[in-house]
Ligand binder design. Sequence first.
Ligand code: NAI
Length: 467
Amino acid sequence: MDFDVAVIGGGPGGYVAAIRAAQLGGKVVLVEKENLGGVCLNRGCIPTKTLLRSAEKWEELSRCAEFGLKADNIGFDYAVIFERKTNIVAGLRSGIEQLVKSNDITVMNGTAVLTGSRQLEVSTAAEQVTISASGIIIATGSVPSTIPVAGHDLSEVITSDQLLELTEVPKRLVVIGAGVVGIEFSAIMRAFGCEVTVVEMLPTILPMLDSELVKRMGLLLRKQGIKMLTGAKVTDIEAAADGVMVKVDTGKDVQDIPADKVLIATGRRPVTEGLGLGTAGVIFDNSGIQVNTRMETNIAGIYAIGDVTGQSMLAHTASTAGMVAAENVMGLHAEMDYSAIPSCIFTHPEIASVGLTEEQAKAQNIDYKSSKFNFAANGKAVTMGETDGLVKIIAEVASGKVLGMHILGPHASDLVMEGALAIRNGLTARDIAHTVHPHPTLSETVMESAHGIYGDIIHQVKPKTRK
Ligand code: NAI
């Protein structure tokens, strides 16, 4: 079978690449061995956000007296929450199937192996098919990585994939790794009453984020009842009469923590095995397939996008890179820009970040200024009862150009887009400050923080000056 474009993997990278190539007139085949939607839809972003939404509603119910509301016998039924998640995932999956079909993309349910720079073998349940394509886009994603600790193979030790399939909330959960996966799952499980202990080997949770936000988030997570051990290592996991016993070396002492489940959240690794990369001559290593800014590998005509490249393992990065690769395969010229990719952590409150942190600006010897505005001083946040957090903007002193925006607070993941737009387009903090923001909205926190770069915050009590 001959195609213009063959895409391997139907996640948010692959299916978007397939649609973009079809929009540009390409004859496209999309090969997926499981379900369309990839990790994001089936085992990641969407199922976790569905659980999180139930957790948020539950938290709101628990706070209803504060809002003058009365409710008796409130509770939750995890079986229904689980079913809602399953139905939402199925609904969105069928949406992607329709999208792909409406773009006349051929979908093959099977496993693809590269057999040359323009050729693949696809094994489906029924047959083996040889496919030729002028351009091949590899979008095989990533899987959770494991750690070599004793006891990691016990059935109670699970990955996020398996945690999402649990039909009951475990009573006691130990989470190894305080990155995005570890913290998001800890927050969700804690909201449903689970006793959560997070073990992180570095001195801080969420090590990639602005340290001030991390400090504040740490306090909030502790207030929510999550126990956090940083600078700590799990040395052993042993079967116990009920569940497992996790041995943790905190540097000061060794603690035995009983648990029903242990979540390994120590990162993800690109899926490069069994793809025939060696046969095709594609350069890759443990951190992923090497690509240039056009998302092309060392072999002309073979592209790789998303988690399999090991760079910025996020669904929206994969989708953007998918469009870049598809356009290049179809004869346009497109390049990937990683400088303004927002990353979001869906806890309560949310964290969202784009561009440089203060630590990175310092390390790069940039003459920068930072400004902060607290949600507690924003009318809308006060009415919502969501006053924890802040918006921090980092801007270059000489030009005022926005270099970074870091938000902890309600709807941070939506608000951060103003920062992404500014960084991507070289806008200054003044451009944000002088754009009229509607009142009363959370977006005013971004505007006020931008004013702060010039010392002009309106809703901030002026410090007293001595006369
Ligand atoms: P990660 O790399 O973000 O964090 C892993 C954490 O585990 C690190 O803090 C690391 O220091 C710690 N760690 C590693 N080995 C350890 C050990 N033996 N003991 C204790 N701690 C250890 O990886 P994570 O959280 O698994 O996420 C994987 C990828 O998925 C990331 O790229 C993340 O950005 C992405 N993701 C994004 C989400 C979002 O955008 N909301 C949600 C979930 C995942």
